[in-house]
Design a protein around this ligand. Structure first.
Ligand code: NAD
Ligand code: TDX
Length: 352
């Protein structure tokens, strides 16, 4: 099992990256250096509670080759928070790459930032990892495999051909291919994980579950796309973090691992579970315009991860995980309230 002392977590101020940063600090001895541009989706507050001597925060762009190079060369901490300066004296020995433009609807409205961050940004990091021979783990998505029919008996595996549908998923697929090529051609010590839909605390309220919870909390009606029968395979973000750690420390170089927790549910079911838990009538929502190119169903077979690395999810009760997530948004109104108006105005302009 490989050991790491100082890990760069790109996108560590976003939803899944910040959950991973908290998990690493709580469960390992590694120091975390977060590199995050703090786009609309990043929030420095997501990292609150992590002791200053375990975290270095660098406010910067993964497309900034000079900055990335200086971080790996050990001279880039000038951009770090004053409070955390000097906390990380060990050289960076791994990059876990979460930073991305991550929302499908945004990619349909304006794909340009997706090509820049997801493709150019991954290229920039890979070049630096190659130069400094740093272990690289790439966070990707099940969406690279396209979608499945509702009655298809199969699920995605590591062998499923790539067939991305949206500007978002096509840029994630592109970044995966770059990682594979850099691994094979240049010997970059890389792995890839493709995970299903995450839920849990700190998820931006543009995404399905927190959008509906916060709609109800501020007296708006939830919004369901299309016929509501699209299926997503839900996993609690803490289970994703645990799986990424397994792949980082025990995964075979050059391999891809699919991460999923057998959590298939259609959107209508999930929305009605939220309405019910929040004391609302199950029909108290609006049907809205469907997403163009909307993927029908995602489903992950995580057999390889379970067999090879011994991982299994601990959040196996979706109702319980959803309940805790609802509570988190109820108790952390100040975290989301300021961006609710602008998020909903954007959706309203799209008829959603
Ligand atoms: P998010 O949008 O919540 O967070 C993305 C973070 O990246 C933000 O903090 C943002 O500031 C940062 N960022 C964006 N552009 C940057 C740049 N150019 N330089 C540096 N930082 C930048 O996203 P998320 O939902 O936490 O997703 C994280 C990763 O996990 C992504 O790679 C995504 O493709 C992948 N993923 C997400 C899911 C999901 O369900 N949300 C599922 C599977 C895989
Ligand atoms: O208001 C809504 N109503 C609705 O019906 C929203 C925001 C979404 N939906 C539907 C669309 C999808 O079928 O809910 C489902 C989930 O939507 P999103 O939260 O936008 O997630 P999805 O498009 O499935 O992508 C997510 O999982 C894979 C993440 O955003 C990606 O980053 C990840 O790669």
């Amino acid at each position: 099992m490989a050991e790491y002392r100082n890990i760069i977590v790109t996108g560590g101020a976003g939803f899944i990256g910040s959950n991973f940063a908290h998990w690493v600090v709580k469960n390992t001895d590694a120091h975390v250096t977060v590199l995050d541009a703090l786009t609309y989706a990043g929030n420095r507050a997501n990292l609150e509670g992590i002791p200053a001597d375990r975290l270095t925060f660098v406010h910067g762009d993964i497309c900034d080759a000079d900055l990335v190079e200086s971080l790996l060369a050990g001279s880039g901490m000038g951009a770090a928070d004053a409070g955390a300066a000097g906390a990380a004296d060990a050289p960076v020995d791994a990059i876990v790459h979460y930073a991305a433009e991550s929302h499908n609807d945004n990619s349909i409205a304006d794909p340009a930032p997706f090509v820049r961050t997801n493709v150019q940004g991954t290229f920039t990091l890979l070049e630096a990892a190659r130069e400094h021979d740093v272990r690289f783990h790439h966070i990707s998505t099940d969406e690279v495999y396209g979608d499945l029919a509702l009655d298809d008996p199969t699920r995605f595996t590591e062998e499923t051909p790539y067939r991305p549908s949206s500007p978002y998923s096509s840029t994630k697929a592109s970044s995966d291919l770059l990682v594979r090529a850099w691994c094979r051609t240049y010997g970059v010590r890389a792995t890839i994980s493709n995970c299903s839909n995450n839920y849990g605390p700190y998820q931006h309220i543009e995404k399905f579950i927190p959008r509906q919870i916060t709609n109800i909390l501020c007296g708006r009606r939830p919004k369901l796309y299309g016929d509501g029968l699209n299926v997503r395979d839900w996993i609690h973000t803490e289970d994703h973090s645990r799986a990424v750690w397994e792949v980082l420390t025990k995964g075979r170089i050059g391999e891809t691992y699919l991460i999923g927790a057998d959590g298939e549910r259609n959107n209508l079911e999930v929305l009605q579970a939220i309405l019910e838990r929040m004391g609302k009538d199950p029909e108290d929502f609006d049907w809205v315009r469907d997403r163009p190119g909307h993927d029908r169903r995602y489903a992950i077979d995580a057999g390889k991860l379970r067999r090879e690395l011994g991982w299994s999810p601990i959040h196996t009760d979706f109702a319980e995980g959803l309940e805790a997530t609802i509570r988190w948004y109820e108790e952390n109104r100040s975290w989301w309230q300021a961006v609710k108006q602008v998020t909903e105005a954007k959706y309203a302009a799209q008829g959603q």
